[in-house]
Design a protein around this ligand. Sequence first.
Ligand code: GLC
Length: 574
Amino acid sequence: MASMSVDSLALGRTSPAGALTPVHDAAKAHGWWRSAVIYQIYPRSFRDLNGDGVGDLAGITRELPELAKLGVDAIWLSPFYRSPQRDAGYDVSDYCQVDPLFGSLADFDAMLAEANRLNLRVIADLVPNHCSSDHVAFQAALAAAPGGPERDMFIFRDGRGPEGAEPPNNWQSHFGGPAWTRITEPGGRPGQWYLHLFDSSQPDFNWDNPEVHAEFERVLRFWLDRGISGFRVDVAHALVKAPGLPDWGGRADGNSAPGFPGREAPMFGQAALHDVYRRWREILEEYGPGRILCAEANVDPLPRLAKWVMPDQMHQAFNFPFLHAGLDLPKLRAVITDSLTALDAVGAPSTWVLSNHDVVRHASRFGYDGPGPRDGDGISPLDPQPDAELGRRRAAAATLFMLGLPGGAYLYQGEELGLPDGVDIPAGLRADPTFTRTCGERIGRDGCRVPLPWRAAEPNSGFGSGTGPWLPQPDCWPELARDAQEADPASHLTLYRNALALRRKHALGQGSLAWAEDYCTGSSLAYLNGDTLVILNLGSGPLELPAGDVLLRTSGAIGTDPLGSGEAIWLAIG
Ligand code: GLC
């Protein structure tokens, strides 16, 4: 029999919400992370307490009560380790030290203690695919002879062609340009090449070498011993490369392209990776329950992603297909159905996400009617600009739609304020290597990394006094500052707080999902989670609502007045 989706099998159940198509039952399994809302902190842009223009750990400690008030369960911190900051800390030169830019280990411990006091768990960012070229192991590899154990920590190869002057294969860097750089051997002659899937300052480790495994097990234990609740694992799908490093004509980011399905990319999703994560899971479990691994794994299709979150491997994997579906309602419905179906088959929750430090903020992405910016490419001042009001309205609706879904969710700092991307950033201040490696052709990810506005009346909107922030803040920052939204019942911040409180109260994260067909009209999408009906209306006209108690809606409209265009609602029915 041809395989049928849950959608096509289980038609016709009815409820006060009309015809239902069930997809997912309420969760029976336990684990805080299965329904948690985790808030991503990008330390350099969160809060600057020492006034040097860059955020720091002490700044995070200072503002943690605000995150507890927001109602999140945990925070994930992007890298704060020692690093020359050529890729904003994703180029680590010492995995067990805090970069002086952000503070010290004592500052980290103080931050963790304050988080514990506020019942917030802390997740660190582990960067195992590559380190910084300043890392002592890479410096030793450069100083050593070819073929020795120092070089074997990384992926060094002789070049192709006469004099080995061509790169060993045709792989491209995610940030543009070739993924290989040639070194000068200690004797002064042009020598071997090393692989870097990202910037040339980020050499890839050789995960065929047991020494690399041992080193990362030490790093895991170092941070677990300090008391963290787990790790978000950076480019978790890239560590192991296919034997022989064959050429690849597909996309550098591993996504499928015509003729080049992502599953065949020789640098992504290799089977041996799963053994690495099984071992890490064992290590986490030595520290007791509740420690988690979350994969940043760009693998498609969804059933393949589900393999990452089998019970003996990772706990979570970001649902990037959901992020990429944007506001395309048929796509969104298919991704949600397919995600819940594929993940249910392995007993894992879905991990929803709309924004992070690598993509244009969803308040800007949704401000376009036509195609918006390509992922990771940012918005240049010369590009068509998003409609700020439309973007913010739809972002609120999309967030409410996401937070009603069963599973876990990640929020990116500043989305609770409805922040757009920063656009007017002078070339000289742009820090993303994508910008420099493509000679400005791709503007890069700086726009979503602009330092946060905390207090409207303070210098730099309260990000920090002293030196101006490392990226300029847009003119609208004071009016979007946290304190300006604090007491406003119609603000974005109030909506997020209410949504998180109600999500907890109604246990939506542990809940079920059935499509509410009467409200899936082509320009609207609706599902029932327990007794909560969630509707997103993107049509140009209003949508009539069934009887029910309004829990929350994204506009100031009263009661069950029809749902306006670009609006979402949570309605208790039943
Ligand atoms: C991940 C990070 C991104 C970084 C890259 C290289 O995709 O999220 O910010 O540039 O890995 O570490």
